[in-house]
Write a protein that binds this ligand. Structure first.
Ligand SMILES: [Zn+2]
Length: 352
């Protein structure tokens, strides 16, 4: 550490261990050194994701080396890239695709690099985005939509990409269909609401908090169910003429799984990308096969999906919902806010 000269250091939020906020340090880390084929990005903003809390508190099952810079999504300005790169040059404003993939496994070759057997995610398996600089393969940098803030652009790379793949690729949502989104307020569920509305679908949202439901209605939700005072399945049936919804969009897990299965129309699709409240709910297999429900697991998305998403958002003038923006020095407060579940939209860190 003492060998690091001033110009080879950068400020970062990094993990020194696991368990509680005291393992999260704010201080100097070595400047990344760009290699050929890579892009060096001066990060301006990143947003927090649930996985940041997981890495802080446990990190179990995720191969990584401490100390490690936190943060999975981010946006900034290209500082350096190979000369003659067909798409990027110094000064370009970019957002990052969070997965660094091998490019030659069965799944990468198929164009499904999100399934890559050796995918390394920023902030999970390698240094992340809560820093002044990052180096990634040049293909991981995608030009930001015009007129967007860095905070908004950063938010696209994980939550919106996840919601996009869930709705567009897995569930193949149609404009005339109805989608039920559990637990509105978090980044993925809000992204799901925004994208499903922009795709033309009807959207029903649930939350235990009426304040979050009001805000979701203001964002375009067609109906809202307060799960602390109302029976979700009964309300869904009332709102859909006893039919059920075409698509259930779910990342809450065990606490809502039974309602998710019972809210779907015969032949309906249930797509899940998370299990915050537990990952071992009852399977109710009889319901699954008799009603021919289709259950999709999904996580993140491919680079091509991110590029499509950026164009879709630009075309529909759709911008991520932001909660609060913190300076890098207040990373602990930002993580606490995420852990509290009080947020509505993305919590961002400003890095420049
Ligand atoms: Zn691969």
């Amino acid at each position: 550490m003492s060998a690091m000269s001033k110009e080879h250091k950068m400020k970062a939020v990094y993990l020194t261990g696991h368990g509680g906020n005291e393992v999260v340090r704010i201080g100097d880390r070595p400047m990344p050194e760009r290699k050929p084929g890579e892009v060096l990005v001066r990060l301006h903003a990143a947003t927090l994701n649930r996985v940041d809390l997981y890495m802080r508190d446990s990190g179990a099952g995720i191969t990584h080396t401490l100390p490690q810079v936190m943060g999975i999504d981010g946006a900034g300005v290209v500082q350096a890239v190979d000369e003659g790169h067909p798409e990027l040059k110094a000064g370009d404003r970019v957002l990052l695709y969070p997965g660094v993939t091998c490019g030659h496994c069965e799944f990468c070759v198929r164009g499904e690099e999100v399934l890559c057997t050796s995918m390394k995610l920023l902030g999970e398996h390698r240094d992340g985005t809560l820093a002044e600089y990052i180096r990634v393969p040049a293909r991981n940098a995608v030009r930001m939509p015009e007129g967007w803030s860095f905070e908004e652009a950063a938010a696209l790379g994980v939550n919106h990409l996840t919601a996009w793949r869930m709705l567009m690729t897995q569930a193949r949502l149609k404009p005339w269909e109805t989608v039920l989104i559990f637990g509105i307020g978090g980044g993925v569920s809000l992204a799901g609401l925004q994208l499903a509305k922009a795709m033309g679908a009807r959207v029903i949202v649930t939350s235990r908090e009426s304040g979050k439901l009001d805000r979701a209605l203001a964002l375009g939700a067609d109906a809202a169910i307060c799960s602390s005072t109302q029976d979700v399945v009964k309300e869904v049936m009332r709102l859909t003429g006893k039919r059920g919804v075409d698509v259930v969009f779910e990342n809450v897990g065990a606490a809502v799984w039974d309602s998710a299965l019972k809210s779907a129309v015969r032949g309906g699709r249930i797509v899940t990308c998370g299990a915050t409240t537990g990952d071992q709910p009852g399977a109710d297999l009889r319901r699954v096969f008799i009603r021919q429900l289709q259950i999709y697991g999904s996580t993140l998305g491919n680079l091509s999906e991110l590029r499509d998403l950026v164009r879709f958002c630009a075309q529909h003038q759709l911008r991520p919902v932001m909660d609060q923006v913190y300076p890098l020095e207040q990373a602990h407060a930002a993580l606490d806010r995420l852990a509290s579940g009080q947020q509505f939209g993305k919590i961002a860190l400003r890095l420049a």
